[in-house]
Design a protein around this ligand. Structure first.
Ligand code: F3S
Ligand code: F3S
Length: 106
């Protein structure tokens, strides 16, 4: 899958959301996250991000953010009882509205 790294924080351009054919990019409070279980690796989101926050996970220079994109979906985030999981599209969930502890700490 592809991942979104630190440059997205507080920028949230959201051009990536419009490109994704499977709607697997979810909105936190200060950053967006790609669901690694739903991303089909099409790569359409990568060139449209104006701050180059998106890369393929095996090429990502920031391993911390590879893990963090996964954690956004698999762990209960601050203020939420259950993990986001694999809901099948961000148009179904709407903005999640919270971030991972890593992103909150930046
Ligand atoms: Fe963030 Fe870039 Fe998307 S800034 S919201 S990853 S277009
Ligand atoms: Fe969507 Fe980007 Fe993956 S467009 S399918 S998140 S590579």
């Amino acid at each position: 899958p592809y991942v979104i790294a630190a440059p997205c924080i507080d920028v949230m351009d959201k051009s990536c959301i419009e490109e994704c054919p499977v709607d697997c990019i979810y909105e936190g409070e200060r950053k967006l996250y790609i669901n690694p279980k739903e991303c089909i690796d099409c790569g359409a989101c990568e060139p449209v991000c104006p701050v180059e926050a998106i890369t393929q996970d095996r090429r990502a220079s920031d391993a911390e953010f590879v893990e963090d994109n996964r954690r956004f979906f698999t762990e209960a985030l601050p203020g939420r009882d259950a993990p986001v999981g694999t809901p099948g599209g961000s148009n179904k969930t709407g903005p999640i509205g919270v971030d991972t502890p890593l992103v909150t700490s930046r």
